[in-house]
Design a protein around this ligand. Structure first.
Ligand SMILES: C[S@@+](CC[C@H](N)C(=O)[O-])C[C@H]1O[C@@H](n2cnc3c(N)ncnc32)[C@H](O)[C@@H]1O
Length: 385
């Protein structure tokens, strides 16, 4: 496909997404209808679509409308490409840009930085001096990051194994187990290094949340909101730590046994019914359901799907999970709360509210990871009684 034909395909997919289709469904639907497209075309179109979704508001201003076409005109203007080279009207290319399709000034800072208008005051309050670097980072693509499985290898061993298969990766500051992939990211899933459990795909801040726990051999640790098991696997990489995984939606944990086997680790799955009968744990990690605002680079549709009502529901769920789970922590043990959100409503405010209601608990540690090139936005707080 020509670059112009890729832009036209992106316009069509974006129109589907703007009409309400989930982005992955819109991309696969297009790919199925377009057998002529090769893997490089599909990857380039995916990049265009995700980029346009990250910057939906600013591209709409640059492009003069919030349609798929407006976003891709905006993207072309923002990147400095010549519109006349892509919007040619030739076969498969978008129609030439008309005089009415002009850029306009940004109406607000929220529009400039691609944040929903209603959410902007919360971003300002939550992020303070980190606001602009954070929202600018959220406009860009996230790096591909790996966790080195220290049960099987060390950083050097993983880097060498990946390199021999054409994947170039280097350590990142955020966490000692984390690597950033700079070349060959698409080879990872088929690589021996991945199949043999040397590395897992996981962002560095998620790894840092687990690394912040003082895990020691003999501890029993519960990952209460385990989902696909990313954090449970990182917990289970610690020698001698017994790891349990639970999720209200048990189906989400279906891949954990296979992933654990690949990693040479053991994770016991608990369902909600047998949770009440188990002995208390030394550590309970609550990686709570949240807005995902710290990882909107990876899932940009979430930025536009969040509403005030949904945020209120999430904070209610977060508070309820903390109070429900507190009795499952051994006296003197650790209740570790985490979100991949940058919003104080889901972070400090939840902890402060919990401590206000449960006076026997105190906070021993709190940390925020701001969104930077290297890091997704994360928050954690350690509570004990
Ligand atoms: C942020 S995700 C977890 C991601 C996972 N820990 C990982 O690292 O891959 C939050 C999870 O919480 C689960 N969840 C939502 N409400 C819950 C509840 N009341 N109790 C337990 N889990 C819940 C969701 O099903 C979802 O899988």
């Amino acid at each position: 496909m020509t670059p112009a034909a890729r832009v036209q395909a992106s316009i069509e997919i974006l129109d589907d997404v703007l009409a309400g289709a989930p982005v992955e469904k819109a991309l696969t639907g297009w790919a199925r209808r377009s057998r002529f497209a090769g893997s490089k075309d599909r990857a380039a179109i995916r990049d265009h679509v995700f980029d346009a979704l990250r910057r939906k508001r600013s591209y709409a201003a640059f492009g003069g409308s919030d349609t798929g076409r407006g976003l891709m005109i905006g993207a072309t203007r923002a990147s400095g490409w010549d519109l006349a080279d892509l919007f040619t009207g030739d076969r498969h290319a978008p129609m030439p840009v008309e005089e009415t399709e002009t850029a306009r000034d940004f109406a607000s800072e929220a529009e400039r930085y691609d944040i929903p208008e209603w959410l902007w005051p919360r971003f300002v309050d939550s992020l303070k001096d980190a606001l602009v670097p954070c929202v600018m980072s959220l406009q860009n693509r996230a790096p591909v990051q790996l966790r080195v499985n220290l049960r099987i290898t060390d950083l050097g061993g993983a880097i060498d194994a990946l390199k021999s298969e054409g994947v170039i990766a280097h350590p990142v500051q955020v966490c000692q187990t984390a690597l950033e992939v700079t070349e060959g990211a698409r080879r990872i899933a088929q690589s021996q290094a991945y199949a043999r459990g040397l590395v897992e795909l996981q962002d560095a801040a998620s790894q840092a949340v687990v690394a912040a726990l003082d895990l020691r051999p003999g501890m029993r640790v519960l990952d209460y909101c385990a989902g696909g098991g990313g954090k449970a696997l990182a917990l289970a990489a610690h020698e001698g730590v017994e790891v349990f995984a639970h999720d209200v939606n048990a189906g989400r944990m279906k891949d954990i046994p296979t992933r654990a086997e690949r990693a040479g680790a053991k994770i016991t799955i608990l369902n909600s019914d047998n949770l009440s009968g188990v002995d208390p744990f030394d550590v309970v990690l609550v990686d709570a359901p949240c807005s995902g605002s710290g990882s909107w680079r990876r899932a940009p549709a979430g930025k536009w799907a969040l509403s005030e009502d949904r945020l209120r529901d999430l904070t209610t769920i977060q508070a309820r999970i903390l109070s429900d789970i507190a009795p499952l922590v051994h006296p003197g043990g650790l209740l570790a709360y985490a979100t991949c959100s940058v919003l104080n409503d889901e972070n400090g405010a939840i902890i402060d509210d919990f401590l206000g209601h449960f006076s026997q608990w105190r906070e021993t540690f709190r940390k925020t990871w701001h969104v930077t090139h290297e890091s997704d936005g994360f928050f954690t707080s350690h509570l004990t009684r």
